[in-house]
Design a protein around this ligand. Structure first.
Ligand code: GLN
Length: 468
């Protein structure tokens, strides 16, 4: 709590903060309670401003939702409070509607990275959550990861950031950006804390139609137990060639090879693997996600809820257009235009449908590479000549945290989109992926990404602990 009061005004990680008295009272209540306690009982957490709660405004860092109080609470927040007795310290800054990579598109002003004394990007879009953990304002934090928004800020801020398999954690009450990609992610300083939080928030939720069933959860648990039992602690690691990209800085490439060397020295086997469709991951993501966003954001019409412009019909036209021009920031408007264009009759076949086909091929590319079959798909014919692996290990970002002044002066939005090249493949495939911090000999911290088969979340966490 003292870190919040001393650091938050500079870092701008939390946009609303609970009073220290109220937090301390709740801590005492938890300590005094005789109910059985989970590992995170009494621990403090922050959550991104796109998780709905009933007692404070949920704004997605947008003018559009200033003052909006939801009539219901996100399932994960209810589970953390009521089932686990964790205590929230406040809401975290983010890029507006979760669109961004540097936490600069926000009505609350940018979040700063606590690892640097000069202003550096915290990463986005869940930058506030990553910084709250990195700066010791809470024990863990929730963010949302649609194309890398938990993993990238985790990499920039030197903390662990985990994106679970799609459907494992309920999205009910998390304001949608792109619903076929959105996942709830967890930030913490270590993997055991991530595991504790996951065990609380991973549960079937009838309120989320994409939440996986209790039966499948049990099957996944049994499969994990079997694999843990039959394994000898040595894993088969894939190095996907398509992740070797020109835009990677030397610090990142060197850190990647250092990690691989360490793993090899520990007796794990390394294989070079290829997933050819990864080359199209970025354009595929930037067609599918804005298309879904354009549809989701059409609900902000100035009538039902949210911001409403004052409109003089004679002078400035109709309510819908003016409300949306004033209520949404520039990046959100850009995505809405892009999405509506992709969905328009002229572009639909060439853009949206093609992107869906590439996405499906990419999922099959991932399936072919993993030793483990996808639990929701028919077992596939494997090409025996190609190595199968337990996990893929790659960098999470192409560079370390950039200077804030550099990202604020970027000429083209594409400069930021390119940073997502290493994180969007796992999002399109719906598989678990984590960024773990790796400290280099030169004093840099680099995020190393581990990806595993769909549903193999627990073993991805087991393996990440080896890297840290
Ligand atoms: N940077 C990506 C984007 O702007 C990812 C966002 C996210 O995961 N929410 O779309």
């Amino acid at each position: 709590l003292s870190n919040i009061s001393s650091l938050n005004h500079r870092l701008n990680a939390l946009i609303s903060v609970r009073s220290p008295e109220s937090v301390l009272t709740r801590v005492s209540d938890v300590v005094a309670s005789s109910e059985p306690k989970t590992g995170i009982a009494g621990k403090l957490f922050a959550f991104k401003d796109n998780f709905c709660t009933v007692d404070q405004p949920t704004t997605c860092a947008s003018q559009m939702l200033q003052g909006y109080v939801s009539p219901f609470e996100a399932t994960v927040i209810t589970r953390l409070h009521n089932h686990a007795h964790a205590i929230d310290v406040g809401r975290a800054n983010m890029d507006e509607f979760a669109m961004g990579t540097d936490n600069i598109f926000t009505v609350y002003g940018p979040t700063l990275n606590p690892l640097y004394s000069s202003p550096h990007s915290a990463g986005g879009s869940s930058g506030g959550s990553a910084v709250a953990v990195a700066a010791g304002m809470c024990h863990f934090a929730l963010g949302s990861d649609t194309g890398g928004s938990v993993r990238l800020p985790a990499a920039y801020c030197g903390v662990v950031g985990f994106k679970p398999s799609y459907g494992l954690v309920s999205r009910h009450g998390v304001i949608a950006f792109a619903q076929s990609l959105d996942t709830v992610g967890i930030f913490a300083k270590d993997v055991p804390t991530v595991r504790e939080v996951l065990s609380v928030i991973s549960a079937h939720d009838p309120l989320d139609p994409t939440s996986i069933s209790t039966t499948l959860r049990q099957q996944l648990k049994d499969a994990t137990a079997r694999r843990r039992e039959s394994g000898n602690g040595k894993y088969r690691i894939g190095i996907p060639l398509e992740f070797i990209v020109d835009s990677c800085s030397p610090e990142i490439t060197n850190a990647w090879s250092a990690v691989l060397k360490k793993l090899q020295a520990q007796g794990h086997e390394l294989y070079s693997v290829s997933l050819p469709t990864i080359k199209s991951a970025l354009p595929t993501y930037y067609i599918i996600s804005p298309s879904e966003a354009a549809s989701n954001l059409s609900r902000y019409d100035g009538v039902r809820y949210g911001y409403r412009a004052i409109v003089d019909r004679e002078a400035n036209g109709v309510l819908y257009g003016v409300t949306r021009s004033e209520g949404f920031g520039s990046e959100v408007r850009r995505r809405i235009l892009l999405g509506n264009y992709n969905l328009s009759s002229g572009a639909f076949h060439n853009h949206y449908l093609q992107a869906q086909k590439v996405r499906r091929k990419m999922q099959l590319d991932f399936d072919r590479v993993f030793v483990v079959d996808h639990p929701l798909e028919e077992p596939i014919d494997r090409d025996d000549d190609r190595p199968n692996v337990d996990f893929l290990v790659t960098p999470c970002s192409t560079g370390t945290a950039p200077l804030l002044s550099d990202v604020l002066s970027q000429k083209s939005p594409l400069d930021a989109y390119i940073n997502d090249v290493l994180t969007v493949p796992a999002s399109l495939a719906g598989i678990p992926a984590i960024s773990v911090p790796w400290h280099t000999d030169h004093g840099d911290v680099v995020g190393i990404q581990v990806m595993g088969q769909y549903g193999d979340d627990d073993r991805v966490l087991d393996f990440s602990e080896i890297i840290m």
